[in-house]
Design a protein around this ligand. Sequence first.
Ligand code: RTP
Ligand code: MG
Length: 140
Amino acid sequence: MTTSIEETLVLVKPDGVARNLTGRILARIEAKGYQIVDLRMVQADRALLAQHYAEHEGKPFYEPLVEFMESGPVVAARVAGHRVIEGFRSLAGTTDPTTAAPGTIRGDLGRDWGLKVQQNLVHGSDSPESAARELALWFD
Ligand code: RTP
Ligand code: MG
């Protein structure tokens, strides 16, 4: 029998770290059955964030997003499992934490704070191509 194990990049964003939710967020990933195979705390600089968020350059939320992401340390995790890319996106919930479904990380632990950008606790890669690109940025 063969199984295809995928990997994804999960970030606990600065709001999650500052609110001491890192452990709870990682515990939910483990409880779902995924494996954390690498983990580091990073103070991201602009160069890294510009590469990470290249697809959003020019959008109205880009500048506030980069400022938010460099406002404090993030925790980067390499997470592995069958279909983990879509599985973690489902676990995270939709982008806006106010309306993200209860039961998801964003729906249970996040909300709108009235700031310029959605502070929504976590990032997860959205495709195999994004995952490979982002894991290389944050871990290699
Ligand atoms: P992520 O990349 O962080 O996993 O989140 P996502 O796919 O759900 O959202 P995406 O569209 O990729 O946007 C990246 C991050 O930018 C912030 N954002 N704010 N209108 C807004 O205020 C707005 N739109 C996007 C969020 O932090 C979002 O996660
Ligand atoms: Mg995204």
